[in-house]
Ligand binder design. Structure first.
Ligand code: SF4
Length: 507
C-alpha cells in the first residue's frame, strides 16, 4: 500500500485529476481520508459545520491563518502547497501589508508521493529555527499536501527553543478564511496550554494585571478593546489580550483570564482550549444599548459579581450609548452580509440607530455564542441566514431593493449595477469602532452618506444604460460579431457529456 495519495495526478478512483483545486472539493476530501486524514477532517466538520454553503466562495480560507501568523512578532510562516495557491496567498498577504516573507517549500508529484516533501519541510524548519530571531514557526499544509497526508504532526515540536506548529488548512475542510484564523489560534493556544502545564512561562510584557481579566476573542478595531476595558473597570475587571494574539507570550496571559468574551462567535477550536483551561465563555458583545446591558450582566455573572457592581458599570455607560444613538440616527432599509463574523453585531447597532434591517447573511456558522444576537434580531423580524451563500445575499438584496446594501465585493458590485448604494463590509464597516459609547453612532456617518448617494447611483446607471453586459459589455466599433452556432454546439457537447456521465453512473 502506498503511504501517500497524489491528488494532483489521481483521484481515489485512480482517474487523472489534473485540474484539482478549489473546485475539486469532494475528490480532495476523499483523497485526504484515504491518506489517513479522517480524524482531522472529522474534527473540522464538527468545529466548522457546513451547509447550505460549504464551498469557499471568496478567498482561499488559508489566507485567514496565514494573516494571523504574519501579524505576530518573532513568528515565521511556511506554506506547503501548489505554487499557484502559494503565489495567490503571498500576493494577497503583501497586498494587505505583510511586512515579511512567506516561506514556501515547493513540491512535485515525485516528492509528494515518496514522502520527500515532508523531509524538505523538516529541513526548511531546521534551517530557519534561530532562537535569536524567532519564538515560533508556523507550517501550513494547503489543499494538496493535506489531501496527500503530509504528516506535519511528525515535525519536531521545538528546535533550540523555537516552537514548531503544524496545521492543515484545506479549502475542503475549512469553509471560510475567518474560521482558518481559529485553526491557527486554537493550535497555538493548545501548544501554550501544554507549556503552562509543564512549568513556569514568560510573564506579560507589561506585567500581570492586579485585576481579573477578560480575554477577547476575535479581531477588532484597535480602539474597541480599550473601550471594553473602560466598561469593565467599574466592575473591578480589566481587559486581557485579544486572540488571535500579536506575540507568543500573550497566549499565556490570554489563558490566564477569569472569562473569555467570544466577541466573534466562530472561534470553536480556541474556545475548546479555553474551556479545557476551565475558563467560562460569554457570547455576544457590548454593542448598542441592549447588547451592552446584557453583555455587562453576563460578564458580571461569569465572575459571580454582586448586582450593584454590574449596575455601576451599566449606569456609567448605558445613558451615554442611548444619547449617542439618538444623536446620530440612521433612516432607511439596509441589507447586510459578510464573512467577518461580526455581521450580527453590526446589524444590532444599525437597528438601534433606527435603520430597518430585514436581512442579515453571514458566511460563518451558527454557534452557541451568537445565539443571543440571532434571537434579538429575529425578535425584531430580521431574517438571519448563517452560512449564507453569495446567491442568498444577492437574492435578498434583489428582492428587498434596500436603500443601502452592505456586503462583500460581489454583492456590492451587483448592488451598484442595480443602482443601489452599496458599502463594502470589510473595508468600511469593520474598520470602525463598534463597542460601547464609541460604537454607538459611529456607523451613522458612513451609512447616511452612502444612502444619500442614491441620486448619483441612478444617474450613473442611466449614463451606462445600454453599454451591454456579460459578453456584450464594452465599446464596440461596429456590431458585435455574434456566433450563436458556437454556443449551440458547445451546449450540445455539454449535454452529451452529462448523458455519458449519467450512463456511466448506471453501470
Ligand atoms: S489552498 Fe486555497 S487556493 Fe489552493 S486549492 Fe486550496 S482553497 Fe484553493
Amino acid at each position: 500500500m502506498k503511504d501517500h495519495v497524489n491528488p494532483e495526478t489521481e483521484t481515489p478512483e485512480g482517474a487523472p485529476a489534473d485540474a484539482m483545486g478549489c473546485h475539486s472539493k469532494g475528490e480532495m476530501a476523499a483523497a485526504a481520508r484515504k491518506a489517513g486524514q479522517s480524524e482531522i477532517l472529522d474534527q473540522y466538520a464538527k468545529d466548522y459545520p457546513t451547509g447550505p454553503h460549504d464551498q469557499p466562495q471568496s478567498m482561499c480560507p488559508a489566507f485567514g491563518s496565514l494573516r494571523v501568523g504574519l501579524r505576530m512578532k518573532r513568528v515565521a510562516t511556511i506554506l506547503s502547497g501548489s505554487a499557484c495557491c502559494v503565489y495567490g496567498l503571498s500576493f494577497v498577504s503583501h497586498f494587505y501589508g505583510a511586512r515579511r516573507s512567506v516561506g514556501y517549500v515547493p513540491f512535485n508529484s515525485e516528492t509528494l508521493v515518496t514522502g520527500k516533501l515532508f523531509e524538505d519541510i523538516r529541513e526548511a524548519v531546521h534551517d530557519i529555527a534561530d532562537p535569536e530571531k524567532l519564538d515560533a514557526i508556523i507550517v501550513t499544509n494547503l489543499c494538496v499536501p493535506t489531501a496527500s497526508g503530509v504528516p506535519l504532526r511528525l515535525l519536531p515540536s521545538e528546535i533550540d527553543g523555537v516552537r514548531v506548529v503544524g496545521i492543515d488548512v484545506p479549502g475542503f475542510g475549512i469553509p471560510t478564511h475567518a474560521e482558518a484564523k481559529d485553526v491557527l489560534a486554537g493550535a497555538m493556544l493548545n501548544y501554550a496550554r501544554a507549556e503552562v502545564k509543564a512549568g513556569p512561562v514568560q510573564a506579560p510584557v507589561g506585567g500581570k494585571s492586579d485585576r481579573p481579566t477578560v480575554t477577547l476573542l476575535g479581531e477588532m478595531f484597535p480602539a474597541d478593546p480599550m473601550m471594553i476595558g473602560a466598561m469593565l473597570a467599574p466592575m473591578g475587571l480589566a481587559v486581557g489580550p485579544t486572540v488571535p494574539c500579536r506575540e507568543w507570550r500573550e497566549l499565556y496571559s490570554a489563558l490566564d483570564c477569569g472569562a473569555v468574551a467570544a466577541i466573534h462567535p466562530f472561534y470553536t477550536a480556541s474556545i475548546r482550549e479555553f474551556q479545557a483551561a476551565g475558563r467560562p465563555i460569554v457570547g455576544s458583545a457590548p454593542v448598542g444599548h441592549d447588547g451592552t446591558a446584557a453583555w455587562l450582566a453576563n460578564i458580571g455573572a461569569a465572575f459571580d459579581l454582586p448586582a450593584d457592581r454590574i449596575a455601576a458599570a451599566q449606569n456609567a455607560f448605558l445613558p451615554a450609548i442611548k444619547g449617542a444613538l439618538a444623536a446620530m440616527p440612521i433612516k432607511g432599509t439596509i441589507t447586510l452580509s459578510g464573512y467577518e463574523g461580526s455581521e450580527l453585531l453590526v446589524a444590532r447597532l444599525l437597528i438601534e440607530s433606527g435603520a430597518d434591517v430585514p436581512y442579515v447573511g453571514t458566511a460563518c456558522p451558527k454557534t452557541p455564542w451568537s445565539a443571543d444576537d440571532a434571537a434579538w434580531l429575529e425578535d425584531r423580524g430580521v431574517k438571519v441566514k448563517f452560512r449564507a451563500s453569495l446567491e442568498d445575499d444577492c437574492s435578498a438584496m434583489e428582492a428587498i431593493r434596500p436603500d443601502l446594501a452592505i456586503g462583500t465585493t460581489p454583492v456590492v458590485q451587483k448592488g451598484k449595477q442595480l443602482g443601489i448604494p452599496s458599502l463594502y463590509f470589510t473595508n468600511l464597516i469593520s474598520a470602525r469602532p463598534l463597542m460601547g459609547p464609541a460604537g454607538a453612532g459611529s456607523l451613522a456617518e458612513v451609512v447616511n452618506a452612502a444612502i444619500s448617494n442614491k441620486g448619483r447611483m441612478d444617474s450613473m446607471r442611466e449614463f451606462f444604460e445600454g453599454v451591454g453586459s456579460g459578453d456584450t459589455a464594452g465599446v464596440w466599433e461596429g456590431s458585435p460579431n455574434l456566433q450563436p452556432q458556437f454556443r449551440a454546439l458547445n451546449a450540445k457537447k455539454l449535454e452529451k457529456a452529462a448523458r455519458a456521465r449519467k450512463a456511466q453512473e448506471m453501470i
